[in-house]
Design a protein around this ligand. Structure first.
Ligand SMILES: *Cc1c(COP(=O)(O)O)cnc(C)c1O
Length: 378
């Protein structure tokens, strides 16, 4: 079945009363069967499994094209699960020099206590990736487009390098979703998401997930980490995500269309020094993006503002429709001065603003931006 149909129907749990939409199973425990056997009807205790979580995981696996999915209470919980199931003490991981700052924080400041080392590389540079690989490298993490510089990594090429050395590749697909970019088809072993973003789509639920290409030993380890380690999302959060996924295509198609128009518009603005968007033909890796993202480029745009940090903050703060807030992927448009959200080790340029484009009517978004630029010009 087509992606759009799966996103509505995959993982639906039929019940005795014919519910078209699954109810929320808040129950933490399930009755034994007649013989007193635990889990006779498929469920024992909600930490082990719950119908809402199972339905969500089935849908996620089908949409991402993997054999199994694991839902977590946040994107960072999914990243931690990945780190703690793939990496052993005395191993090494290769991470992008531009990636979600929380992932960098986790790897740089939490994992060294378990003697796990890392190398940061420019993931657009294949030679740099090869050079970064060490004897004990177990994992390469990819994030493309990268956050917040929108650098594009050739997923297939990185997977070829990794496979030849027996290293796993995990791709953070939060910014594109499998509607646009399909890392497992390109050779990735694992995909992970912050479901808080496009999957949730309404900025009202935290979530994360891992999707694995094969039901292998690592899949068993991730399941154990989730259920025994207790890193589980609530039934209500699973239900919300399941509902949100039904409209993923509709939302993201509109968001992407809006973003392409806005990226072109931003390029014409004298207050803007640089526009970072892989859909622009002058983006350094536009050709890779075109192939890998199937001609859609997502709804995230970064801009470098002329006039530096002060002007950038002034512009973001003066918007009427765009909310000046962190996060992304929701139906509402957001603008963020990224550097001020990056804690005590900020990496983003001081004049950089990141825009997450929503589903609003395009002319209204353009007007809000135009008025902002006009105010800057005084
Ligand atoms: C937000 C985000 C995360 C972290 O997810 P949370 O749900 O906030 O824990 C990880 N990766 C990317 C690309 C993100 O945008």
């Amino acid at each position: 079945m087509h992606f759009d149909t799966l996103s509505v129907h995959a993982g639906h749990m039929e019940d005795q009363i014919g519910s078209v939409i699954s109810p929320i199973h808040l129950t933490t425990t399930f009755e034994r069967d007649e013989a007193g056997k635990m889990g006779g009807k498929g469920y024992i205790y909600t930490r082990w499994d719950n119908p809402n979580r199972r339905g969500l995981e089935i849908k996620l696996a089908m949409l991402e094209g993997g054999e199994e999915a694991f839902a977590f209470p946040s994107g960072m919980a999914a990243a931690m699960a990945l780190a703690q199931t793939v990496l052993d003490p005395e191993t090494h991981v290769v991470i992008p020099d531009d990636c979600y700052h929380g992932i960098a924080h986790l790897i740089k400041s939490m994992l060294p206590r378990w003697k796990i080392n890392y190398t940061e590389v420019d993931m657009t540079d294949m030679a740099a990736i090869e050079n970064a690989i060490q004897k004990n490298t177990r994992l390469i993490i990819i994030e493309t487009p990268s956050n917040p510089m929108l650098k594009i990594t050739d997923i297939g090429k990185v997977c070829d390098i990794a496979r030849s050395k027996g290293i796993l590749v995990a791709c953070d697909n939060t910014w594109t979703t499998p509607l646009i970019q399909r890392p497992i088809e390109l050779g990735a072993d694992l995909v992970f998401h912050s479901s808080t973003k496009f999957f949730g789509g309404h900025s009202d639920v935290l979530g994360g997930c891992i999707i694995i290409n094969k039901k292998n030993d690592l899949a068993l380890r991730i399941r154990e980490y989730q259920t025994v380690g207790g890193s589980v999302p609530s039934p209500f959060d699973c239900w919300l995500l399941n509902r949100s996924l039904s409209t993923l295509s509709l939302r993201l198609e509109r968001q992407t269309k809006n973003a392409s128009a806005i990226a072109l518009f931003l390029k014409t603005q004298s207050g803007v020094d640089k526009v970072y968007y892989p859909g622009l033909t002058d983006h350094p890796n536009h050709e890779i993006a075109k192939r890998q993202m199937h001609g859609q480029y997502g709804s995230m745009i970064s801009i470098g503002m002329k006039g530096g940090e002060k002007t950038a903050l002034q512009f973001a703060g003066s918007m009427k429709l765009f909310k000046h807030a962190t996060s992304l992927g929701g139906v509402e448009s957001l603008i963020e001065h990224r550097r001020s959200a990056e804690g005590n080790a900020p990496k983003s340029p001081a004049n950089l603003l990141r825009l997450s484009i929503g589903i609003e009517y395009i002319d209204d978004l353009m007007e809000d931006l135009s008025e902002g630029f006009a105010r800057l010009r005084g």
